[in-house]
Write a protein that binds this ligand. Structure first.
Ligand SMILES: NC(=O)c1ccc[n+]([C@@H]2O[C@H](COP(=O)([O-])OP(=O)(O)OC[C@H]3O[C@@H](n4cnc5c(N)ncnc54)[C@H](OP(=O)(O)O)[C@@H]3O)[C@@H](O)[C@H]2O)c1
Length: 161
């Protein structure tokens, strides 16, 4: 199967490309650095040409702020390897005609997750709890309860350690 992976040079995308190739598929990475820009539209007509499946794994760049502002929205962080396995499995499998939810095994308020992460990395920036900050402020942050959801095994605190 030919699979175009937009964002295929990124942390998740490059692992998805690797997994798909190992499974015998023709996985083709595309990204801004290869001339495909999902915001400007450059290369977007050509990238999916001839592909059976298109996977979008782009991410927006972040800026370095003096403080970090995060809401206390509950999230279930998942390891990159767990995301890559789930995406590769769905990309190469029969069409779901639906949505498969995936998440990590633990639930954290996002502001606490930020404090934990920065402190483990020796980053002395302060996390300010801000219920209006970023895209996670707009969602309720439901945790996954659907029995069909896929929970990856690795705990966030184990990854940090
Ligand atoms: N990292 C995680 O643990 C994790 C966990 C769960 C979900 N996710 C989700 O997975 C997705 C990818 O995350 P990531 O961590 O792999 O991100 P990443 O390492 O920052 O990679 C981002 C990718 O997007 C590409 N990109 C950025 N702007 C683009 C543009 N305007 N046009 C085309 N390509 C563009 C980058 O290409 P170039 O830099 O080569 O130009 C790169 O391939 C995101 O939606 C993220 O929320 C990530």
């Amino acid at each position: 199967m030919k699979i175009a992976v937009i964002g295929g040079t990124g942390l998740i995308g490059s692992q998805v490309v690797e997994e798909l190739r190992a499974a015998g598929h023709e996985a083709v990475p595309h990204a801004k650095s290869t001339g495909v820009d999902v915001l400007g539209g450059q290369g977007l007509d050509e990238a999916p040409a001839g592909a059976d499946v298109v996977v979008d794994l782009t991410n927006s760049p972040t800026s370095d702020a003096d403080t970090v502002r995060l809401p206390a929205t509950p999230v279930q962080p998942i390891a990159a390897a767990g995301v890559a396995s789930a995406v590769a499995e769905v990309a190469a499998g029969a069409p779901l005609n639906g949505v498969r939810d995936i998440a990590g095994p633990g639930v954290f308020p996002l502001d606490e997750l930020g404090r934990l992460t920065l402190s483990r990395k020796g980053d002395d920036r302060t996390v300010v709890t801000d219920p209006t900050a970023g895209m996670f402020a707009l969602v309720k942050g439901d945790v996954l309860t659907d029995p069909k959801a896929r929970l990856a095994p690795t705990r966030y605190t184990d990854r940090l350690a």
